[in-house]
Design a protein around this ligand. Structure first.
Ligand code: CTP
Length: 414
């Protein structure tokens, strides 16, 4: 694919080097279009070495080959990272004052931008209106994340991590290009849990999490499409169990769906289903604690006063218990896969958390991903590393949740 990476003038421009690098390593041809301001933050030689192509900046270079429109016309995808407040305003206004503006206006390719700025600028009414304009035009916006900014301050406005930007951008264009999966899981009985459990406080309230179930449902659909007999245990799914092609629910027909609400219900359902499974994949986000008691009637402010104290008790660790039960039974051939949702952003520290988690849980593989206010949960893209029980990285995947699902299932097919 021909990918244009636009870089505008913010301190996060140094992280754009890793965006370019990830696209190149994934086999794409990358043209970098940097603004003059971007080149005050990151060097042209660095970008040329990493992209393996000349970097374009000047509107008046390459005029004979009509470069100001040629780059945009040849693009299959344009990604701007970082996108400053000024660039967002220019884009909303349709300005073509520089090469990047021209490239974007001359292109019919999907456009993905990763904003980066201080919180006040992100929340300024002008930026809010400009971002709404861009969204209404179908421009995809990744982040920004909440975290440490350039100075000592932190808040919303930090550019999303490069692998998240790359995953989200590829997810925009990939659905049409993902190869059909072969029937390499025929005869395998696979149980997948998906979604997020909810722990009731009273008849109308619960403690929950933001998991939508998209990754687990993508796993169930991909496994069914590859011939597996799938049981999907869904906790409060926010997505339809359909193959998304609009051509009918063919793969969903080979999936048995069981709906659950709480962690204890999920535990009962998966423990029973695991007795007859070759593979169990715990993609669900399970509440670690539940209210000690559930009020019969709605909890009222009048009786609680200014402070409401909740006592929570620990839920069973289902993944740990499944792994332990397998060792104690004759299900030695069963493969158990866990997920780890971590908010750690440092890649080394994230790996260390993953290694400690798989050792604690006793499963065969752990799919490690980074979650945050704007990443991981409820998004269309994902970026993961897969660890084996020794803590070694045995797979990496980024892109749409379907792509990530297929890379996880590849391990089983092998
Ligand atoms: N999990 C589980 N039972 C729980 C909590 C989690 O089976 N009570 C499973 C999840 O489905 C996932 C894996 O364990 O496959 C890791 O979940 P995660 O939320 O990342 O870890 P926790 O075990 O909850 O640990 P912590 O919250 O301390 O990181």
């Amino acid at each position: 694919m021909n990918i244009v990476v636009g870089i505008t003038g913010g301190i996060a421009a140094y992280k754009a080097v890793n965006v370019v690098r990830a696209f190149v390593l994934a086999g794409h041809s990358v043209q970098v279009v940097a603004t003059d301001a971007a080149l005050r933050f990151v060097g042209k030689p660095t970008l040329e070495a990493i992209s393996r192509n000349p970097v374009h900046t000047d509107l008046y270079e390459g005029v004979a080959e009509v470069r100001h429109v040629a780059i945009g016309q040849a693009a299959d995808l344009i990604v701007v990272a970082p996108a400053t407040a000024n660039f967002i305003a220019q884009l909303a206004g349709g300005f073509a004052a520089d090469l990047l503006g021209n490239t974007i206006l001359a292109s019919a390719a999907p456009l993905v931008i990763a904003p980066a700025m201080h919180t006040e600028m992100w929340q300024n009414a002008a930026t809010v209106a400009n971002v709404a304009t861009l969204r209404s035009r179908g421009i995809h916006i990744v982040g920004p994340a909440v975290g440490q900014l350039t100075g000592a301050d932190s808040g919303a406005g930090r550019m999303s991590e490069p692998d998240e930007i790359v995953a989200a951008a590829l997810a925009v264009v990939e659905p049409a290009t993902v190869e059909p999966a072969a029937g390499d899981l025929v005869g395998r009985r696979i149980v997948v849990t998906a979604g997020g459990t909810r722990e009731p406080l009273d008849p109308v309230r619960f403690i929950g999490n933001r998991s939508s179930g998209k990754q687990g449902v993508a796993l169930a659909l991909a496994a069914a499409a590859r011939g597996a007999e799938v049981t999907l245990i869904g906790a409060n799914l926010e997505v339809e169990v359909s193959d998304g092609t609009g051509a009918g629910d063919t793969s969903a027909q080979s999936i048995v769906v069981q709906r659950v609400g709480t962690s204890l219900e999920l535990s009962d359902a998966v423990t029973a289903a695991a007795l007859k499974a070759d593979v169990v994949i715990m993609a669900a986000a399970v509440a670690d604690y539940r209210p000690e008691s559930v009020a019969e009637a709605k909890i009222k402010k009048e009786t609680q006063g200014d402070i409401l104290q909740l006592t929570l008790v620990k839920n069973p660790d289902i993944l740990h218990d499944l792994s332990a039960a397998r060792s104690a039974s004759n299900r030695a051939g069963q493969t158990i896969i866990g997920f780890a949702a971590e908010t750690e952003t440092d890649p080394e520290a994230l790996l260390a958390l993953g290694r400690a988690k798989i050792a604690r849980k006793g499963c065969d593989y752990l799919v490690l991903n980074s979650v945050g206010w704007t990443t991981g949960f409820a998004t269309d893209g994902n970026a993961v590393k897969i660890l084996d029980s020794a803590g070694d990285i045995v797979g990496e995947a980024s892109g749409s949740k379907k792509t990530v699902a297929d890379r996880i299932l590849d391990l089983l097919a092998r």
